[in-house]
Design a protein around this ligand. Structure first.
Ligand code: FE
Length: 349
């Protein structure tokens, strides 16, 4: 076989392949790559700890016969995966923590609006997206914690007060790299305006008792062992430590209405734009706000149910009432970039 012929043959071969590929692409364009299936299943991309959520989805699967597949990864990685998978994604629901992450998924055009009276009735406005593209299924409080041997609750007066001279060398904070603090600072900007928020955060940095911590648990442990007097954390981390050691000398403090209320955030979920099982996905989302699921979902991580009529875990209940700051959490996403810049400006590492 001459070189030329081989080339032609190869060329023919390539042409046939190209034509076949184009025909497949054309078919895909016309009929869609994966037509919606009617199968009773739902696929969840979840950044939540598998151990925490597994029993809840087992409950749903047992009750409805709908098969639940959960793929776990970090929130950022799941969002990247959804972007690169596009309409080929097998995922129906994104489940993650912090409105900042849910807002990011929305801003990347990954989510679908959900029209559900049940979700709208039971989830307060400030804990869901104004376009109903994401919903909080449990609520977490990011609030003050203090060492009971050093501080009395009457010494405390909220987030802003922690910037005052009285707390010099006494404050503990987690790193600004964590979305929890980015959302908190974004909400401070929404509440006070950027100038005042910057004063508050730079006051915090001037009051630090130790370098910023990599996570809330380490911060609480340092506080318990005598470093600093007061800090800011999500309460479920404190709840876990108290569950293991009821004598831990650390208690939460919840700013009241006169102090602007307590900053809350959500663990939430969203229906994905390219979901293949929209009906079962919606069924799961609505199931998550039934009393039984609400109780289990919140208790699993010592969070607060979003529904008001559901009992809290005894540890959470022992902390007393919580006055929420009711600014809509989509502001946490909208102002996230400004919050990150602000924290950088004031030297919050
Ligand atoms: Fe957390």
């Amino acid at each position: 076989m001459s070189k030329k012929l081989r080339f032609v043959l190869n060329y023919c071969d390539i042409s046939i392949r190209l034509v076949t590929m184009h025909m497949i692409w054309l078919l895909l364009l016309v009929f869609g790559p994966f037509p919606a299936q009617a199968g009773d299943e739902v696929v969840i991309y979840s950044s939540r700890n598998e151990q925490l959520i597994k029993p809840i989805f087992e409950m749903f699967q047992k009750e409805t016969g709908i098969e639940v597949t959960v793929r776990t990864d970090k929130a950022g990685a799941l969002i990247q995966r959804l972007i690169s998978e596009g309409r080929r994604t097998p995922a129906d629901i994104l489940l993650t923590v912090d409105a900042g992450n849910l807002w990011l998924a929305k801003s990347k055009n990954l989510l679908a609006s959900v029209d559900s009276k049940k979700l709208e009735t039971h989830i307060p406005d400030h804990l869901r997206d104004p376009d109903n593209q994401w919903f909080g299924f449990s609520m977490r409080a990011r609030t003050l914690v203090y060492n009971k041997n050093k501080v009395s609750p009457s010494d405390l007066a909220g987030y802003e007060d922690l910037a005052g001279a009285a707390w010099k060398g006494k404050l503990l904070l987690r790193t600004s790299k964590k979305v929890y603090n980015q959302s908190l600072v974004a909400m401070l900007i929404a509440e006070h305006g950027e100038e005042k928020a910057e004063k508050i955060v730079s006051g915090w940095i001037a009051n630090l008792a130790a370098p910023v911590f990599s996570n809330d648990t380490r911060l609480i442990e340092a506080l318990a062992s005598g470093t600093g007097s007061v800090g800011i954390v999500n309460t479920y981390y404190l709840g876990r430590l108290i569950r293991d050691n009821p004598d831990l000398p650390v208690a939460p403090y919840f700013p009241d209405a006169s102090e602007g209320g307590t900053h809350v955030n959500v663990s939430g979920g969203a229906l994905l734009r390219h979901a293949k099982h929209k009906d079962t996905a919606l069924r799961l989302m609505e199931w998550l706000i039934t009393p039984k699921a609400q109780e289990a979902f919140a208790k699993a991580n010592l969070e607060y149910p979003v529904r008001k009529d559901i009992a809290r875990d005894p540890i959470v209940a022992s902390w007393g009432p919580l006055v929420q700051n009711k600014m809509n959490l989509d502001r946490a996403g909208e102002l996230q970039a400004r919050a990150i810049k602000l924290m950088d400006r004031v030297g919050y590492r």
